[in-house]
Design a protein around this ligand. Sequence first.
Ligand SMILES: *Cc1c(COP(=O)(O)O)cnc(C)c1O
Length: 478
Amino acid sequence: MKISNFREALRHIPAIHVLIQDPSMEAFAALMGRNTVLTSLRRGTEQLKASILSDPEYYRNHKIETSEDLFDHLMDLVLSLLEKQRLFALQPVINATGVVLHTNLGRAPLSQETLKQVMEVSTGYSNLEYDLDFGKRGSRYDHMEELLCRLTGAEAAMVVNNNAGAVFLCLNTFAKDKEVIVSRGEQVEIGGSFRVPEIIKESGCILKEVGTTNKTKCSDYEEAITENTSILLKVHTSNYKIIGFTSSVSLAEISIPEDRADILCMEDLGSGCLTDLSLFDLPREKTPMDSLKEGADLVTFSGDKLLGGAQAGIILGKRSLVEKIKKNHLARILRCDKMTIAALHSVLQIYDASEDPVSQIPSLTMLCEKIEVLEAKAKRLRQRVEEAGIESAALELLDVEEEAGGGSLPGVVLQGKAVALVSQTISPDDLRNRLRRSLNPIVCRISEDRVLFHVRTIREEEFDIIATELKKCWEAKP
Ligand SMILES: *Cc1c(COP(=O)(O)O)cnc(C)c1O
């Protein structure tokens, strides 16, 4: 029907119940729920009405000549509203970067087994803070303590929201208004928001730097000790390596005056690897067990780096110290919730019970994957993409270098395999952007004008989605 003035435009705005039947709306309803789509339809309709009322030339300026044009125009408006909402919502993403512990993409993925435990604990009630034995109030810290102690040999353990929180809490409990000695070579920054000097300051402590960037000796620590010293802190240089003319010392080598038993040795390990990765041709990472053996009084690490669990910060140490940390009022602010506890508990149980934890913890499986397995996987992905209708000339199998990511295994290069794609019609940047913004977002890298799909971090069940999304981009006009 023809539209020849703004009143007609207003009158022909379609009703919500008609709009919702459009196939594109159905796709969004499946993804985001019918109510979200209805809300966007109402909002879009209101916006269009307001625009037409405030500007009688609006329909002409937007080349709306018929009621069909008006329908399409409104649909575009609603789609962009939905698109915006979707982009800000937390949603699954396909990680084709090959970086296993990608902090921006959620670090360690969890197994179905682990998720089952999270479901069981969180769809109903749980004994989160309830002692089933005595029928009285219990502590959320109890659930994992025994397991953590058994796995690491620590006297006591505690789990908080993340490792930054764990470091903060330890410093704040024992070194408020006192000095914390750290080597200049260990002033680490992780992902912009965790900086050792800042965390020391924010926890109310005084930073005392010793040594130089490349060399710190025992005597540097020993000479820096004053009566106001409270903690000697070692920080794992998680995301960089100092090479060349270097030296650093372990906590075991530093001698603390005999009358200063109050000075604590603390190590922020970052990754918290609980298994020997050298069995899989990776360098052996220092473990929490190593730190404790060296004499650390307190050790902290993340739950979702090389441990492969949920976001959490784990504190290990002497019983008397951990009890004191639990009593710090700030612990309440940093406590983790039942879903985290359930997830982490499940992963720790795998370490405890399994002969081969690497095969049951997804992030470790990916990190330790053999090159032959990756090659076969890449071939299957290439074949799947070809079957979807992408010409084989555009596809290549590449050897690629990867990293563990997330502040783990610094300097370690992993050999991987990728499927590379070159399009004659779409630029690599354009293709990458489209894949990232698609209904099933895919995050990939570009190298030498090719879009790469690193198979290490792609799950087999994601191959079909990749093939379908690629096909859509392939056929779309540039
Ligand atoms: C990653 C890391 C942190 C921060 O851990 P989150 O769990 O991300 O808070 C702190 N220290 C070191 C050495 C790290 O590697």
